[in-house]
Design a protein around this ligand. Structure first.
Ligand code: PEP
Length: 254
């Protein structure tokens, strides 16, 4: 089981040179800050994974590596895709699954999310399954049902013991990259919804919040009941901000 993660989703930013610099910066800042008790994970673009894993190893940085996406088949005629065993060989121990940008721009379905999750677990990677409603769904008060059904679709076909190795990230689409942060009440409600949608007692699963997390709001969000860490987009592109967020969260979890 995993807990207290601060995950940086770099999206399609940073070529391998910029990725090396940012990784080193995060590693150095994290040594100076008090981030004891949280694990820092970076998820660079796939083409940067080899460079980032080399720098983590060479400089002995306390950073874990994740992929933003990979295909669920292990190999074969799937032009343009990268498999989970391939990203694992590059040092990944985490993988983001079903980010709303994959769902929206690349047609990733609930079924694909479930298959990718199962493949990640088969290869001992921790899947970080992203769920979250659009503004329209929330306005129509369908968010509880929508997110519950995303959870069941993603993990319903797994065994109970596999489900213990899964991380969930609640990321309301309307809060991603918009500067609109969900309120503590909204986040607390959805943390509880995700845990009660879990096929077993979901009390001890790891659930992250994502959506415009910044150093300024990290303490309040990390102190919100049920939040075990963050999935950070924009602010993870700044080493200073990313480590500040991690330090703020670490303080709340101690
Ligand atoms: C994300 O991309 O997962 C995300 C939460 O982005 P941002 O922090 O920029 O809202």
């Amino acid at each position: 089981m995993v807990s207290n993660l601060i995950v940086g989703n770099w999206k399609m930013n940073n070529d391998f040179v910029a990725a090396i610099h940012l990784t080193q910066q995060i590693g150095i800042l994290a040594r100076q800050a008090d981030v004891a008790g949280v694990s820092l994970v970076v998820t660079p673009p796939t083409c940067d994974l080899r460079s980032v894993s080399s720098v983590i190893e060479a400089d002995r940085l306390a950073i874990k590596l994740g992929a933003q996406h990979a295909y669920w088949e292990d190999g074969g005629a799937f032009t343009g895709e990268t498999s989970i065993p391939m990203v694992k060989r590059l040092g990944c121990t985490f993988i983001i699954v079903g980010h709303s940008e994959r769902r929206e721009h690349f047609g990733m379905t609930d079924d694909a999310v479930a298959k990718t999750t199962a493949s990640a677990l088969r290869h001992d990677l921790t899947p970080i399954i992203c769920v979250g409603e659009s503004e329209e769904i929330r306005d129509n008060e369908g968010h509880v049902e929508f997110v519950s059904s995303q959870i069941l679709a993603a993990v319903g076909g797994l065994t109970a013991s596999q489900r213990r190795d899964v991380v969930v990230a609640y990321e309301p689409i309307w809060a991603i990259g918009t500067g609109k942060v969900a309120s503590s009440e909204q986040v607390a409600e959805m943390m509880a919804v995700i845990r009660s949608a879990w096929p077993e007692d979901g009390g001890d699963i790891t659930v992250l919040y994502g959506g415009s997390v910044k150093p300024e709001n990290a303490t309040e969000l990390a102190s919100t009941p049920g939040v075990d860490g963050f999935l950070v987009g924009g602010a993870s592109l700044s080493g200073e901000q990313f480590v500040e967020i991690a330090a703020a969260a670490a303080k709340c979890y101690r």
